[in-house]
Design a binder for this molecule. Structure first.
Ligand SMILES: Cc1ncc(COP(=O)(O)O)c(C=O)c1O
Length: 438
């Protein structure tokens, strides 16, 4: 393992946002769950294995449609998380119709041999392909990244939350810093310096470990940090120099989220592109890898041999989702509305010292809350209170790394609804700045 700078190690405990173990969370449940919702909440608690990001649940949902979630008491939330599956809107009628038609067609399952059900499996397929192509087995990926919950995917992921306490994961997985211009362990303010140091450290690993099969990362991180084009071009050069493949995980960023169909289009073409989430139309699990013809070399072996490979229903949902995104020009919509939103967030930043930084591109946005703009101390408790205040006012989102609010609405959101959401968010930030305690 490469050495990790001390600043980063200190915050491992807060690396995940909205966990279900905090005192604020208990207050939220007490204040907001109706008696009927409490009953279902207790059922969930009773039957599912408890985990800090899933059970017990935050709330009891009854419906998801368009840009909204609705809980069982009829309260509606503009949802800015959606687990990344809602690019064309939850319950999109075109997707539902395609799946119903497919059901009527009686082709609902195709026995194996003929893509994989989940993102984690697609990551592992990509790792296997990279090993087969290069004959090497080691990887370089990024601290704080998430690539899925399986042993392989969690092994290349950079969050202790998903790999701690498990013993050995994948051998030969090295982690390096993502080029974070606002928060980097060296406190560089110049983005060129950040890029140069990140590339220097990556090359150090490659020099010492010539058996690197692949560098795997999200082209834009989940937080979202948007690297420079120069950075990814530098990584490409290192891959070419040391014979490693470049794998981009676009499970979140694909399908229009960043204002282009794929985030790679802001940078360069990777050797393997990993897709998931919205690929299944927000209805069914579907993920896969896309690669160059020259890597189509596994006639004699099998990777990604899953029972639900090439599932006909998932494929119908995915095709309808892609058509809907193309026909409704959602990539351009995400680009334009994203630009408007980031400008409004920057204006909010000027008025609110709690907002340390505003990040992102398209409808893939993040707000880094700080208790002191100079020291950039992460405002973890404040972020959680802002989140619960927003939930109470009808806006849902996820926090990440403890203090970063992520805004990833469905791409069908209108500018009016975006303004409604930002009004709610600004009000909540204002209240917390004025000393509101949950
Ligand atoms: C960037 C990224 N990669 C991989 C995954 C894993 O996908 P799945 O949950 O479908 O296994 C996720 C899921 O959140 C993700 O955000």
């Amino acid at each position: 393992m490469s050495n990790r700078p001390a600043e980063s190690i200190k915050r491992i405990e807060g690396e995940q946002g909205d966990v279900n173990t905090t005192a604020n969370r208990r207050k939220y449940w007490k204040r907001n769950l109706s008696d009927e919702a409490k009953k279902w909440f207790e059922e969930d608690k009773k039957y599912f294995l408890h985990q800090s990001l899933s059970t017990p649940v935050l709330n009891v949902l009854a419906r998801a449609y368009g840009i909204y979630l609705e809980d069982m008491d009829g309260k509606r939330y503009i949802d800015m998380h959606g687990n990344g599956v809602h690019n064309a809107g939850f319950n999109n009628p075109a997707v539902i119709k395609a799946v119903k038609d497919q059901l009527d067609d009686q082709m609902t399952f195709s026995p194996r041999r003929y893509t994989c059900p989940g993102g984690s499996e697609a990551i592992e397929m990509a790792l296997m392909l990279a090993r087969q192509v290069t004959g090497n087995f080691k990887t370089i990926s990024f601290w704080d990244s998430f690539h899925g919950a399986g042993f392989g995917a969690a092994g290349v992921g950079g969050e202790e939350h998903f790999s701690g306490g498990l013993g050995p994961m994948l051998p030969g997985t090295f982690h390096v810093e993502f080029p974070n211009y606002y928060r980097n362990p060296w406190n560089f303010e110049n983005s060129d310096d950040v890029d140069a140091e990140c590339l220097r450290q990556m090359e150090l690993v490659m020099q010492r470990h010539p058996e690197i099969a692949a560098i795997i990362g999200e082209p834009i991180s989940a937080t979202p940090v948007v690297p420079s084009k120069r950075y990814w071009q530098g990584v490409r050069k290192l891959c070419d120099k040391y014979g490693a493949l470049l794998i981009f995980d676009e499970i979140i960023e694909g399908f229009g989220r960043t204002g282009k169909m794929f985030a790679s289009e802001h940078y360069l073409t990777p050797d393997i592109l990993i897709l998931g989430k919205s690929l299944g139309g927000g209805l069914l699990p579907l993920a896969g890898i896309v690669t160059k013809e020259k890597y189509n070399i596994l006639q004699h072996r099998s990777i990604g041999h899953y029972t639900h490979e090439k599932n006909a229903l998932s494929a119908a949902a995915g095709m309808a989702e892609i058509e809907y995104i193309e026909q409704n020009d959602l990539c351009n919509h995400a680009a334009k509305l994203g630009e408007y939103t980031i400008n409004r967030l920057k204006k909010m930043q000027a008025d609110h010292p709690l907002i340390g930084n505003v990040m992102g591109i398209g409808l893939h946005l993040g707000i880094d809350l700080v208790s002191d703009p100079k020291t950039k101390k992460r405002a973890v408790n404040e972020a959680e209170i802002v989140m619960f205040k927003c939930m109470e006012k009808g806006l849902a989102f996820k926090t990440i790394e403890g203090n970063i609010i992520t805004l990833r609405p469905s791409l069908v959101i209108t500018s009016e609804k975006m303004d409604t959401a930002l009004d709610i968010l600004e009000q909540a930030i204002d209240e917390v700045e004025k000393g509101y305690k949950y």
